[in-house]
Design a protein around this ligand. Structure first.
Ligand SMILES: *Cc1c(COP(=O)(O)O)cnc(C)c1O
Length: 386
């Protein structure tokens, strides 16, 4: 961006980026030439999918980058969750939270399991560990907590309860790519941690996902589930699905991984600008990062306290939309109030999650969001205050 405002390109750029439409996110992509270079050998080998060289390379690189023991790559984050529950042979009830993306709850229900919804912590939006124990019954087989917006769950307490009651722990780590907790890769906790590499996440393979684990017997089951249970040209040992990451997605991941640290650094600067502008505005609360976490600045959730701010979340959302700014009510509605579950669950059982889902707005955040754009968004938000 030219710094000289007399430059005739400058006003064009301001029109395009500052007063124009702003979406809640913008996918990270490598330079076009870089991607073309990376996929060149796919034309030589004609190896498009089925655990080819790109898949293998990305798998190795991610093992190192994420600081995990073992990883397997899949078509998307949802299949990572759904097949993990199947591979672990979960039964009966699973304790989870409703303050998440549809995927977490759907993965449980699609496995024929019953989600038992625990409320969330009002400060970091992850499962309230003080409320888990009361929900454990003799049917409970696992806890499926979600690291929300990059905030890490109370890992020690969850593991303590899981050990005490013999439960599996599967983390939905879709929001926490590249984060560490007390210096350890966040994917190394629980029995399995599931990542999403969807286009809208901090790191993407267009569509994609991964499971991180330590136990190779789980890895073997997962591999069967992602590849039809095929063990050889004439040997099919189990009834698997198909959830393999293809070579073009893996190539996108190889390219994006080269730039992800720089992207996270840019996200940090954008996040800081939001804090400069909105911290101290009465009735607005931005997310706080714990000192135990190396953050990835995946999302910018703002909680609006209608009484103190004088105006509620829905009104702020409306004003931003009118000005072509795409904030997102994320997560809203709670998964336990989805139409597809009508009559099955009661969102009033999780009152904190219910309240947060009605007062949160996730603001635009991506690496190339300009300071001028953040300022425009913040000016509009502040203008809503009464
Ligand atoms: C994105 C996301 C998923 C699903 O991942 P996909 O790759 O889109 O299938 C699951 N859980 C959470 C919390 C997510 O944000």
């Amino acid at each position: 961006m030219p710094m000289n405002s007399n430059d005739k390109n400058y006003s064009n750029l301001v029109d395009k980026y500052v007063t124009g439409k702003i979406l809640v996110t913008r996918s990270s992509m490598p330079a076009y030439e870089e991607y073309c270079e990376e996929i060149k050998d796919i034309w030589d080998t004609r190896w498009l999918t089925n655990m080819g060289p790109k898949h293998k390379k990305l798998q190795e690189e991610l093992t190192k980058y994420l600081g995990v023991e073992k990883i397997d790559l899949l078509t998307n984050g949802h299949m990572a969750l759904e097949l993990t529950m199947q591979a672990l042979g979960l039964t009966g009830e699973v304790i989870t939270t409703p303050f998440t993306f549809a995927s977490t709850t759907h993965a449980i229900v699609r496995n024929g399991l019953t989600p038992v919804f625990c409320d969330i912590d009002p400060e970091n939006f992850t499962i309230d560990t003080a409320k888990i124990e009361a929900l454990i019954t003799d049917k409970t087989s696992a806890i499926v907590p979600v690291h929300v917006y990059g905030n890490i769950c109370n890992i020690e307490e969850i593991q303590r309860l899981a050990d005490k009651y013999g439960l599996k722990v599967i983390y939905d780590a879709a929001h926490t790519f590249g984060e560490t907790y007390k210096g350890k890769g966040v994917g190394s906790f629980g029995d399995v941690s599931c990542f999403s590499f969807h286009a809208t996440k901090v790191f993407n393979t267009i569509e994609g996902g991964a499971v991180c684990f330590k136990d190779q017997s789980f890895g073997d089951k997962m591999y069967d589930l992602k590849n039809f249970g095929i063990h050889g040209p004439e040997i099919v040992e189990s009834v698997g699905a198909n959830a393999k990451m293809n070579e073009f997605s893996a190539a996108m991941g190889i390219c994006n991984l080269r730039h992800v640290d720089a992207e996270i650094e840019k996200r940090r600067k954008v996040t800081e600008r939001y804090h400069e502008r909105l911290d101290g505005v009465e009735g607005v609360r931005l997310n706080k990062v714990s000192p135990d976490v190396k953050p990835n600045y995946a999302y910018l959730p703002a909680i609006f306290d209608e009484e103190k701010f004088g105006c509620g979340r829905d009104e702020v959302f409306r004003v931003l939309s009118e000005h072509n700014i795409g904030a997102r009510k994320y997560f809203y509605p709670l998964t336990n109030s989805f139409d597809c579950f009508a009559g099955r669950f009661d969102p009033n059982d999780t009152p904190v999650a219910l309240k947060i889902s009605r007062s949160v707005l996730t603001l635009p955040l991506y690496a190339d969001l300009m300071t001028e754009q953040v300022d425009r968004i913040c000016d509009l938000i502040i203008s809503c205050k009464k």
